[in-house]
Write a protein of this length. Structure first.
Length: 191
């Protein structure tokens, strides 16, 4: 249930559950610490209260991630689509993943799937309302900020176009350090 990692099929569906349960567990722990101090000292003016209150700060961050995760859940690629795309990759030596959800200050960018080869990032978004150009610029900005230069970025809105790009990858392609750095950055930018 909790074995999903960024880039795996179904990640966006499992992540809110994991974060929600962790937030609940930490909230119960904070309440237990507070109650322990209250029972031991008879009032709330003690070190246990301070520890419990400070413990709620990471819980608040988890709750925000939980809410974003609930919003992102609807953009999960789906097992059937992901299985057909995964089959296209076959033995190709490329870095690829599913269910990415990039966030920015102004908007969020759901990417159903993404792969990197030949110093090129190619992503598929099933969200027709997403601004593809803005997503491309967002990724390019972060690539440049991380000194990953010479990487081309393409955001596609059609599964057919995406499948055609996968088919164009040569079976004997060798990954480069830039490919690995770009894919790692995409994973790090994602929820």
């Amino acid at each position: 249930m909790f074995s999903k990692h960024k880039g795996e099929i179904g990640y966006l569906k499992k992540q809110p559950v994991r974060i929600g349960l962790l937030a609940l567990l930490l909230l119960v722990l904070c309440a237990a610490i507070f109650m322990t101090g209250f029972i031991m000292h008879g009032d709330a003016k003690n070190i246990f209260t301070i520890i419990a209150v400070l413990g709620t700060l990471p819980v608040a961050k988890l709750i925000v991630s939980f809410i974003i995760g609930i919003k992102a859940e609807k953009y999960s690629f789906g097992k059937a689509n992901a299985a057909s795309v995964k089959e296209l990759f076959g033995e190709k030596n490329v870095l690829y993943g599913f269910d990415f959800y990039l966030t920015s200050y102004k908007t969020n960018f759901p990417l159903s799937s993404c792969f990197v080869f030949d110093e090129t990032v190619i992503a598929l978004s099933a969200d027709k309302d997403m601004d593809m150009k803005e997503c491309k610029e967002h990724i390019e900005k972060y690539l440049a900020n991380n000194s990953i230069t010479g990487i081309k970025v393409y955001i596609l809105d059609s599964l057919d176009k995406y499948s055609d790009r996968i088919k164009s990858v040569k079976d004997d392609y060798a990954k480069t350090e830039k490919d690995l750095a770009a894919f790692t950055l995409i994973k790090n930018l994602s929820l």
